[in-house]
Design a protein. Structure first.
Length: 402
């Protein structure tokens, strides 16, 4: 039976999202051989093939609006496919948002996409955006460097799909922008530490030996053991990572970040600790975590965020816009009351560019959402079209003009 779109049960929802994600990956040209076999096996059923034909960009829009929680790998594929057909230009000055209605014009025929904005009753159409302009600075991608315990390095990218590396009883598989460990038989083996690092312009997905899932943002790294055999599961993070921790009540999970510890049992949270940001932020999505800095410790509830400054002082904010915090993981820049320099720092890390300010007045706050799939020229066109400012790309420098 075709999974029902309206009020499906839990099993049908899981099937619906998983298959939708595979179909989206197929249309994006990113389907692995194993995923293709899985999809073909499901499509043996005639009714299932009918459902596949219904998976139009408009239908995917309904999926993204309706289902709020499902496997993030499938969600990322759906968002990426949706994003090739509907571009949203929605980063605008906060003070103008009440006077603006924004919309994205559908462009079923790629590669040309037109984004339009209505402002104060005037139709202000942004330029036609050419997809995959090879001369433009392209967005970040799934790429990272894995450093093994013996000091050897492995470059991880799309060319690694399906490869397996085994060291003793520890097995690592690289596939679809993800590295996953299986160390179930390594309890009596010597533990080594690996480090997964992304550069500016890269991101990666890691599954730790205990099943905990970690998404690394650009310019980030995580150091972890090849097996968790001690009293706690401890990893070390720099930059930003999103964690879905496997529940083990008798073995707490600890994320160590430059003098700060985040202790959890089973939960989902984001840790952002880039040095240039000036503070370390832990945002809880669900579950519970305890953030420790110096002699201070605070337990967070969902939708709360701890902020630890350089001197170790900690504050906790409630009612945080979690969606904006974790938007990077789903393929978006999303801002809410965000200043221009913060926006530019995110752009610099994702596109690996240097930001140069020629504009003196950097006041103002902005809000909205833009895809991280756009190349830099496309993104800048949308920012300028929405009145955020004027910009110039000079090599690998992005100049903020007066």
């Amino acid at each position: 039976m075709i999974p029902s779109f309206t009020n499906p049960d839990e099993q049908q929802s899981a099937v619906l999202i998983r298959i939708a994600g595979l179909i989206a990956r197929e249309r994006l040209g990113e389907l692995t051989d194993a995923e293709r076999e899985e999809l073909n096996a499901w499509l043996v059923n005639d009714e299932h093939r009918v459902w596949k034909d219904r998976l139009t960009p408009e239908y995917i829009s309904r999926l993204l609006e309706t289902y709020q929680s499902y496997e993030m790998e499938a969600e990322a594929s759906l968002v990426a496919f949706h994003d090739k057909h509907f571009r949203t230009a929605a980063v605008v000055p906060i003070q103008r948002r009440r006077r603006m209605i924004w919309w994205a014009a559908a462009a079923v025929t790629l590669p040309l996409v037109i984004a339009g904005v209505w402002l104060s009753g005037r139709n202000k159409t942004l330029p036609v955006l050419a997809k995959n302009d090879t001369a433009a600075i392209q967005p970040g991608r799934n790429t990272a460097t894995l450093t093994l315990g013996n000091g050897s390095h492995i470059m991880l990218d799309t060319g690694m799909a399906g490869q397996v590396v085994q060291k003793g009883s520890v097995l690592a598989r690289y596939e679809g922008g993800k590295v996953a460990y299986d160390a179930r038989n390594s309890a009596d083996k010597a533990i080594e530490y690996n480090t997964l690092a992304t550069a500016r312009g890269g991101q990666y997905h890691l599954v730790l030996p205990d099943g905990t899932k970690v998404w690394l943002n650009a310019a980030s790294s995580i150091r972890y053991p090849t097996a968790f055999n001690g009293k706690e599961r401890k990893v070390e993070l720099t930059g930003e990572g999103y964690f879905e921790v496997m529940d083990r009540k008798d073995q707490p999970f600890v994320v160590a970040v430059d003098g700060m510890n985040v202790k959890v049992l089973g939960t989902e949270f984001d840790v952002m600790a880039y040095p240039e940001e000036g503070s370390k932020k832990t945002t809880l999505v669900q579950g519970a975590v305890k953030v420790e800095s110096g002699n201070e410790g605070r337990v967070l509830k969902p939708d709360e965020q701890s902020v630890v400054t350089k001197d170790g002082a900690m504050t906790v904010a409630t009612g945080v816009d979690v969606e904006s915090v974790i938007a990077w993981k789903l393929g978006f820049f999303q801002f809410k009351h965000t200043d221009l320099k913060t926006i530019m720092r995110q752009i610099a890390r994702w596109y690996d560019v240097e930001i140069v300010y020629q504009r003196e007045d950097l006041s103002g706050e902005y809000g909205g959402r833009i895809s991280r799939k756009l190349n830099l020229s496309e993104l800048i066109s949308l920012l300028e079209g929405n009145g955020v400012g004027h910009f110039k790309i000079d090599g690998h420098r992005l100049i903020v003009l007066p």
